[in-house]
Design a protein around this ligand. Sequence first.
Ligand code: NAD
Length: 291
Amino acid sequence: EKRVVLITGCSSGIGLGLAVRLASDSQHRFKVYATMRDLSKKEYLLECVRDCHADTFEILQMDVTDQQSVLATTEKIKEERVDILVCNAGIGLMGPLECHTYDTMKKIFDVNLFGTISTIQAFLPGMKQRRSGRIIISSSVGGLQGVPFNDVYCASKFAVEGFCESMAIVLQHFNIHVSLIECGPVNTNFINNLHASDPSDSQLQSVDSDTRSLYAQYLQHCQTIFQDVAQDTDEILQVFVEAIEASVPSLRYFTTQFFMPLIKLKLQSASGSEYVHAMHKFVFSGSKPKE
Ligand code: NAD
């Protein structure tokens, strides 16, 4: 019997890649429900799965911020169960805090946090009943460590981490495994899709000049980091597959070791000051702490 997988945010990037990867599994082990908010964006995905078996793949509309849409989706699963739920939909927000509107900040939390929570809420009762299930989350290194000018995005991903870690404790009783995939920078359209303050942005012009110059330095750093260490989607998908295939999956999977010294520093020095200094040095003077 095929394992039924439902993935959110499949019109691009990691979600699209994972849907294609699992639908084209050589042993046809999966039935993939690739969901997306806007079905008018399905063409590229359809093209990618052109050669897949028809019974391994289906596209459904689902906006993670719309509870009706999430509930309606649960009714459309022919197998009446989801074995592997992949909460992937997410958006970024970058820039000085002064530039973010309340509505934009709320939208980030609506998609990244409440979208993830309500998707899980919808599919959890079935998993509990069957005493089996996997929940996999596209999380971020920014969900474990603060990143300058990504305050609100990081806050939303930290929240997802806290939510999942808490849930995982009780879900052990139900044989349901929660796994967070901690991605660093990935070569997807994420960086183009995110809300970012543009240097020509009028809101940015009204921010103090020190902050503006730090933000300019950050953007430079970000560009360098993406050039030097951004991973291809395939590398990320391999880690998802590892979590899916593991007999006992871990709570966290790291797609890259690059940020590990910073993450360890945070754990080793509980006061947090060392992390804050080290991250400042890394972003604004280009020196990264060693292992
Ligand atoms: P992406 O922008 O290509 O994919 C995000 C997807 O989420 C898009 O298809 C978008 O349409 C969808 N989405 C947004 N709002 C939605 C909604 N309300 N309902 C349903 N879908 C919605 O970027 P990606 O890199 O593939 O990002 C996927 C996940 O990986 C995100 O959660 C992101 O935070 C995480 N991540 C990405 C990176 C990176 O550098 N690309 C790094 C760390 C974590």
